[in-house]
Design a protein around this ligand. Structure first.
Ligand code: NAD
Length: 249
């Protein structure tokens, strides 16, 4: 299925995990893809894999916590491929894990910057291009933790809730101009983001998902690509869980 032939996509945090799976699936469906990350080595590997499969992809290094780099990333995408049809603002970190009263000020500011401000920066500059074109679809990476809290992750939880609010607001503002924005909420997905979790912690996380296992990056990518595609033409301002039933409990 090459239904994204002729389209241009941008993915942040695309060197690993969910972002990598999203970039690969956009490419498999025929889109030209700008693969972006702070990790250049891994990012170039993703591009090489896509090119080996006959795809058209490029890497651009950008730290999404820096608005100037987000602006340059969007400009570089348009310079490389001529337009921007779809963007998945996915880059994120776990950040400091401590109870709220123990959280350092730096830890709080860093997680809000990397997981929330970054999405605003990217959306702002993506919208600039999409408004000129008169169309575009943006998918922002939230989480089940954009809907509920969990101990020791107040900054992460706050950022992921914020991503949904930003997505809803911009979706309302730009719906009439042909631009759709949606947020995706994965449950726990088996990616390098969970590398610091002990086997016992991971087993505990599995138990929170009625499906009885962690999710796969590819299962999140399917949803992101559908929301980005013209098949989802009446879907905007929505939060879609992809969480093995986590939030249904
Ligand atoms: P990951 O660690 O495998 O990949 C994240 C990528 O983002 C990495 O390649 C990393 O280099 C990049 N990155 C980190 N900081 C960056 C920055 N400042 N600028 C640019 N790139 C940066 O993690 P993942 O599990 O694939 O997570 C992707 C997104 O999905 C994140 O937003 C995360 O919060 C969200 N999410 C993950 C899970 C999960 O269980 N894995 C669940 C819900 C939501």
């Amino acid at each position: 299925n090459k239904d994204l032939q002729g389209k241009v996509a941008l993915v942040t945090g695309a060197a690993s995990g969910i972002g990598q799976a999203v970039a690969l699936l956009y490419g498999q469906r025929g889109a030209r893809v700008m693969v972006s990350d702070i990790d250049e080595t891994q990012g170039q590997q993703v591009v090489a894999e896509m090119q080996a499969a006959g795809g058209n992809a490029q890497f651009y290094r950008a730290d999404v916590g820096d608005p100037a780099q987000c602006r340059q990333l969007v400009q570089a995408t348009v310079a490389a491929f001529g337009k921007l049809d779809m963007a998945c603002n996915n880059a994120g970190i776990t950040g400091e894990m401590s109870l709220t009263a123990d959280m350092s000020l730096e830890g709080w500011q860093r997680i809000i910057n990397v997981n929330l401000n970054s999405v605003f920066f990217c959306v702002k500059y993506e919208l600039e291009v999409m408004l000129k074109q008169g169309h575009g679809a943006i998918v922002n990476m939230s989480s089940i933790l954009g809907q509920v809290g969990t101990p020791t992750l107040a900054g992460y939880v706050t950022a992921k809730h914020g991503v949904i609010g930003l997505t809803q607001t911009a979706a309302i503002e730009y719906a009439a101009q042909g631009i759709r924005l949606n947020a995706v909420g994965p449950g726990y997905i088996d990616t390098p983001l969970l590398k610091d979790f002990s086997p016992e912690t991971k087993a505990g996380l599995v138990a929170l998902h009625p499906i009885g296992r962690l999710g796969k990056s590819e299962e999140v990518a399917e949803l992101v690509v559908w929301l980005s595609s013209d098949q989802a033409s009446f879907v905007t301002g929505a939060y879609y869980p992809v969480d093995g039933g986590y939030l249904a409990r």
